[in-house]
Ligand binder design. Structure first.
Ligand code: KDG
Ligand code: MG
Length: 404
């Protein structure tokens, strides 16, 4: 089954997405997500200029061979741009494989290992009270797991995960240059246990409580934070320290029993080999679209399974509905699923993406349509041209650039 065409769609229905469309000689179409937030056009060019021409004429059903051909064959391995491009090809080929078999991708991955995929939603607010109202809204909507973020009082701006005044979802601002945030670690370390205490006091312990520190702490600060959060029994503390330093997690682990999660910036199994094999984290949160697609993500989660580490799939809204669907198929099929992030997509994304997955009452199912179950309306996509958008740059009070 030869690939006859491979093309890239860049579209911005509310936020930028880069998609790969693969077409076979029988007219079967597969979609992959190549979105790398803030660096979208680099992946679009990598695909258009270097990968699409190589795909034409290849057998669409040889997914593992194509993965190795693109990974080993380029000589230059790993990195977010390369691995996002390979992921887009891989996911598109799994979509084709499902459509050829007349089966949902999860069935090709071994079938459903559970009935539904547990989601966690994002509650946040500019004040503790606002965050508590948002937690209440999530619990009312049926979520059994909620990530809670709130603005740190006294910090001039930048608290990660707090939405701008005009909406409930945190989005990067449009413009030629990133915005700049300010960050105060000491104020955050004092504030966060108060926020978590307020959540447990108001809503009790009958749901999973999560928090994302977004790589902003040193190992010893993270250890102290984890210890101070122990009474509130978090499901996880996410990204406590910059993710590229695997051995830093030893220090965090030595100081706290709060479960740890990391991985949304990983792009290969080599980024988490030590974390997994030394059991330094409880959840590996790699995403299907930044970690080489379904083929490579399964390797990561299989290694994790050997060491009792569970999955925690990244599902921010900068991962398109194609990625979210792919993640749900993996979530449903693997033995060591932990939890799936759910941020959702705002309109007009619904004009571009026709999704078959079901999301309700804090759980999801990828659906049983052949392939991934997501279609892209290319005419609608063309109505929303790319516009630059960047995640903020983060600075400390003294002006030094800090981890965002
Ligand atoms: O592009 C970066 C976002 O995906 C990230 O900031 C969101 O931390 C995030 C999360 O946990 O969803
Ligand atoms: Mg995160």
């Amino acid at each position: 089954m030869k690939i006859t065409d491979a093309s890239v769609v860049v579209t911005s229905p509310g936020r930028n997405f880069v998609l790969l469309k693969v077409t076979t000689e029988d007219g079967v179409v597969g979609w992959g997500d190549a979105t790398l937030n803030g660096r979208e056009l680099a992946v679009a060019s990598y695909l258009r200029d270097h990968v699409c021409p190589l795909l034409v004429g290849r057998d669409a059903t040889r997914i593992t061979d194509t993965w190795s051909y693109l990974y080993k064959g380029a000589y230059w391995r790993r990195g977010p741009v390369t691995m996002t491009a390979i992921a887009a090809v891989d996911v598109a080929l799994w979509d084709v494989a499902g459509k050829l078999a007349g089966a949902p991708v999860h069935r090709l991955l071994g079938g459903a290992a559970r009935d539904e995929v547990t989601l966690y939603g994002h509650a946040s607010g500019a004040t503790v009270e606002e965050a508590l109202e948002d937690v209440a809204a999530h619990l009312d909507a049926g979520y059994r797991a909620v990530r809670v973020q709130a603005a740190v009082p006294g910090a001039e701006a930048g608290s990660y995960g707090v939405p701008p005044a005009d909406g409930r979802v945190y989005e990067p601002a449009s413009g030629e240059r990133p915005a700049e945030d300010r960050w105060d670690t000491a104020a955050y370390l004092d504030f966060l246990p108060q926020l978590m205490a307020a959540v447990r006091e108001r809503f009790g312990y009958g749901f999973a409580l999560l928090h994302d520190a977004h790589h902003r702490l040193s190992p010893i600060e993270a250890g102290r934070l984890g210890a101070s959060l122990e009474p509130y029994r978090l499901f996880w503390l996410e990204d406590p320290t910059p993710a590229e330093d695997q051995s830093a997690f030893r220090t965090v682990r030595q100081h706290t029993t709060t479960p740890l999660a990391v991985g949304e910036v990983f792009n290969s199994i080599w980024d988490c080999q030590q974390l997994i094999t030394e059991r330094l984290v409880d959840y590996v949160r790699t995403s299907v679209s930044h970690t080489g697609g379904i083929t490579h993500l399964r390797r990561v989660f299989s290694l994790a399974d050997l060491y009792g580490v569970r999955s925690g799939s990244h599902g921010a809204s900068d991962l398109s509905p194609v990625s979210f669907a792919a993640a749900l198929h993996v979530d449903l099929a693997i033995p060591n699923f932990g939890i799936q992030e759910h941020m959702g997509h705002r309109d007009p994304a619904g004009e571009v993406f026709r999704t078959g997955y079901e999301v309700a009452d804090g759980v999801a199912h990828p659906g049983d349509a052949p392939g991934l179950g997501v279609d892209v309306d290319e005419e609608a996509a063309a109505r929303y041209p790319y516009a630059p958008r960047y995640l903020p740059v983060n600075r400390l009070r003294d002006g030094s650039v800090h981890d965002w």
